[in-house]
Ligand binder design. Structure first.
Ligand SMILES: C[S@@+](CC[C@H](N)C(=O)[O-])C[C@H]1O[C@@H](n2cnc3c(N)ncnc32)[C@H](O)[C@@H]1O
Length: 462
């Protein structure tokens, strides 16, 4: 069901996206009416959360069924605490094709009544609430003047980034995401020298209800979007190999790769932002993975000019790795739910050159016969199919190879790639099934299509 307005973007960004989704090749393939219909569905589904939560199970530590049962028990206890019912059941299903994935339905949108007291949060925080999170204090922009801990409030997400911090009321574009109880007074949130931390509003009646995984089986259950889990399987790491994850923080895919290798071999994780490296290490430690080696480094500079250099950390000699993952920094326009972005067209279009620099390093660091996987969580052609066309042109040693599993759609026409190459690409396109999702198809059927927007290409270096 569509309950929010479509994603709020700058007009120039909406026009740009429209030109992408209604490009000449798409119009020839599906016709103007269908292309326009898909584009409008895209804008609408981006502002809504997927209808299930995806958990990657640590099958390197325990069998899937055992993890499923433990998780059901933990979540059942959690629900018993927050519900008056004597018996509550939790539905957790194994993904029909991916051996380490569990899926849990999200309940919503639920009929929740708005209250008189309003708290306004940023769009990113509002999106997290729609995926089951409580409101953390730094996400709060405005609250009633005399809000006290214990007050019941309605939470709204600021769509256009116009609410000023500390506001006592806000008349701009906002969307209701549920009701909660304040855990702090207004003065603790806004009137202190130190920024407030921790839960500011505990959501008791969220518009979309999904279990909270905060502290639940941390070493066995890792929250991850389905396409991100697919990336690890598509890369296909084997025990004993040396793998490079070039843009790794917070390390979800790094840890998955290490788990798929049974923690045998080496997974080198690079990220340019120093404090994000700690997150990679914490995640690896939490999941009991020793083979992850994380370094703070700009991956565009990760190829050593000295081919004989032998160090544990970057830069590395050319042809050092069996497989390389380039999960590139991108415009992120596939993220769901995303009710509003204030980015300019310039910002949206700024990633292509950086992705190409990273790609150059990736190809040089890969051994001959090795596998390179390129992925993004965005929907533009410029960062996806156009990058593939450019890469095939620039590096004659690269060829596209089939992906396993391939549960998403194929690549989008528009970058001049022939149909046989588009078929080798995997594009998760939630807009293609957005109506189908509304017709309450059984969860395992909609799991593969009701995802974030995502793109995966797999290359072999010949
Ligand atoms: C899409 S996120 C990676 C998500 C990660 N692969 C995961 O699954 O958890 C992109 C990351 O690239 C990092 N990044 C951006 N430019 C970089 C560069 N030149 N070198 C290394 N990392 C970079 C960002 O800090 C960000 O953490």
């Amino acid at each position: 069901m569509s309950i929010f307005p479509r994603i709020s973007l700058k007009p120039e960004v909406t026009e740009y996206l429209k030109s992408v989704f209604l490009n000449k090749e798409v119009l020839t393939a599906v016709g103007h009416q269908e292309a326009e219909h898909r584009f409008h569905k895209l804008l609408s589904c981006l502002s809504h959360p997927p209808s299930y939560t995806c958990v990657r199970a640590s099958t390197h530590l325990a069998p899937l069924e055992e993890i499923r049962q433990q998780l059901a028990e933990e979540l059942r206890k959690q629900l018993m605490c927050s519900s008056s019912a004597e018996e509550v059941s939790v539905q957790i299903l194994p993904h029909p094709r991916i051996a380490d994935v569990l899926i849990l339905p999200v309940e919503g949108p639920r009929p929740v009544k708005q209250l008189g007291s309003e708290v306004v949060v940023g769009a990113q925080c509002g999106g997290a609430v729609l995926r089951g999170a409580h409101v953390f204090a730094p996400g709060i922009l405005g609250s009633p003047k005399y809000m006290k801990a214990g007050d019941l409030v309605s939470v709204f997400s600021d769509l256009e980034g116009k609410c000023t911090r500390g506001a006592t009321s806000f008349q701009g574009k906002k969307v209701f995401v549920g009701n909660g109880v304040a855990e702090m007074d207004r003065s603790t949130i806004f009137c202190t020298d130190e920024p407030a931390r921790g839960i500011g509003i505990r959501m008791v009646e969220p518009l979309y209800r999904s279990p909270s995984f905060d502290g639940v089986l941390p070493s066995l259950a890792f929250l991850q979007n389905l396409p991100s889990v697919v990336v690890g399987h598509v890369l296909g790491p084997r025990p004993g190999e040396r793998i490079l994850d070039m843009c790794a923080a917070p390390g979800g895919k790094t840890c998955h790769i290490a788990a798929l290798m049974g923690d045998q071999g080496e997974v080198v994780a690079l990220d340019r932002i120093r404090n994000k490296i700690d997150r990679i290490r914490q995640n690896a430690q939490m999941l009991h993975l020793q083979s992850v080696k994380a370094h703070c480094f700009n991956s565009t500079l990760s190829v050593s000019s000295d081919p004989a250099q032998e160090t544990e950390g970057p830069p590395f000699p050319p042809e050092s790795f069996d497989r390389v993952l380039l999960d590139a920094p991108c415009s992120g326009l596939g993220q769901r739910p995303n009710m509003g972005s204030t980015w300019s067209l310039k910002e949206i279009c700024s990633y292509q050159p950086l992705q190409r620099k990273l790609f150059h390093a990736a190809v040089r660091l890969l051994k001959k016969g090795g596998v390179l996987v390129y992925s993004t969580c965005t929907v533009t052609l410029a960062e996806n199919e156009e990058q593939v066309a450019w890469a095939l042109d620039t590096f004659p040693c690269l060829s596209l190879v089939p992906q396993e599993p391939h549960i998403g759609a194929e690549g989008m026409p528009g970058a001049g790639l022939p149909p046989e190459q588009l078929r080798l690409l995997q594009r998760f396109s939630p807009e293609l099934s957005w109506e189908q999702t509304e017709i309450t198809a059984p969860l395992p059927c909609r799991a593969d299509s009701d995802t974030i927007g995502f793109f995966i290409a797999k290359f072999l270096k010949n």
